[in-house]
Design a protein around this ligand. Sequence first.
Ligand SMILES: [Zn+2]
Length: 390
Amino acid sequence: MFVATKDKLLPTTITGSLPRPSWYRAQMDGKPFTERMADRQFREQYLDTVATYVVDQARAGLDIVTDGDARLDEGVAGRHWIAHVEERLSGLSAPELSGYPIHRGKKPGEIMYEVFQTRMPRAAIGKVCRHGLDYHAVWKTGQGLSHKPMKFGSISAQLLEASMNNRYYADRRELVMDLSATMNEEYHALADAGCPVIQLEEPCIHGIAGTQPGAMLTAEFYVSAFNREIHGLRAKTEVWCHTCWGNPAGQRTRAQAFSYEAALPYLDQLDVDVLTFECKESEGADLARIGRAIGKDKKIAIGVVSHRTLQIERPDEVALLIRTALEHIAPERLIISTDCGFGRDGISRLHALYKMVALVQGTNIVRRELGLPESDVLAADPRLALIAEL
Ligand SMILES: [Zn+2]
C-alpha cells in the first residue's frame, strides 16, 4: 500500500546509503544493534552520524529520508552491505578467503578483482536463521530523529545467496527460498514497528534477464523468490524494489552496455508498490520502455543523479531528465531519486550533499512548471549565504 508516497506528486528521496563521516570510527563488530547501542562510544557516534545524515537531507529538502545505512561497518567498497546481514544469520561459516561465487572472470589488474578479493564469502553450513538483525530497532532509532518518513533498505535475499557458497542445502534454489523466507520474517517485524517504506535492494533479475543463466536460476525463479521475500508486506506498508547496475567502489558490476529492456516483463511481476531504475547514467535511454512495460499499479522512481561521477549534476539537467520521464510516466506515479546509494566507497560527503541539493532544485523547476508546491532547499537559501556575491 502507498504510505510515504500516498497522494504525493514528484516526491524526492535518495537510494539509501551516505558516505561515512571521517570521525565515525566505531563499528558494529558483528554484534546485534541493540547490544552495540549499549556501548557509550558507539551509541554517541552512531546517533550523531544519523543526525548528521538527517540534517543534510533536510537541508537539501528531500521528502523521504534514510538513515544513510549508518549501521553498516566501514569495509572496502561497501562490503558490509552484504556482510552485515551474513554476520547476523546463523547457519553460515566464517568468512572464507576464496571461491567468491559471482567472481565472473575478473582478473588481476581490474578494480573489481580487488573488490571481490575483499568480499570473503561465507558458506551455508546449516539451516539459516535470523540472529540479531534488529531492523525494527535500527529504523525506530533513525525515525526518532526526523519528522519526514524514513525509508529502510537492505540487500535482497537472492543477491545475498549469489554472494555466498552452499554446503548444506540440496541446491541453490533451496537456499534462495530459505533465505527469502528468513528475511521475510525480519521485514514483517520492521513493518509492524511502523516503517513507512521497506526497500529491497537488487534482485538478480535484471542481471540475468536476456542471458542464459542455466536451468537452475532463471528470471522466473527469481521473481517467485522475490515475491516470497516480500509476501504479505504490502498489506502493512509501502514496498520498494531498488535496481541499478552496480555500486561497489562506484563501479558498474557489468562492464558492457546495460539496458533494462529484457528484465522489464519480469520486474513488472514483482509484488511491490515502487520500482526504482537507474536512469541518469543512461540519460533516460530506457524511459519509454519502462513507461510501456510497468503496470499502472506501481509507481516508478527514477535516478536523476549518478553515484559514479564526481561532477554535480546541474538542476536544469535534472529537470530535463524529469521532463523526459513525464513523457512516459504520469506525475502521480513518478518519484525522483538517485541512481544508487552514495556510501559504497565512491564519493565524498561534500559530493553527496550537493547532488541531493541539485536533485531537489531540479525537481523544483519541474514542480514550478506544473504548478506544484516546491520544497524548501535550506542549503540554497541566499539569505543564509556567508558571502553575498562571488
Ligand atoms: Zn543500487
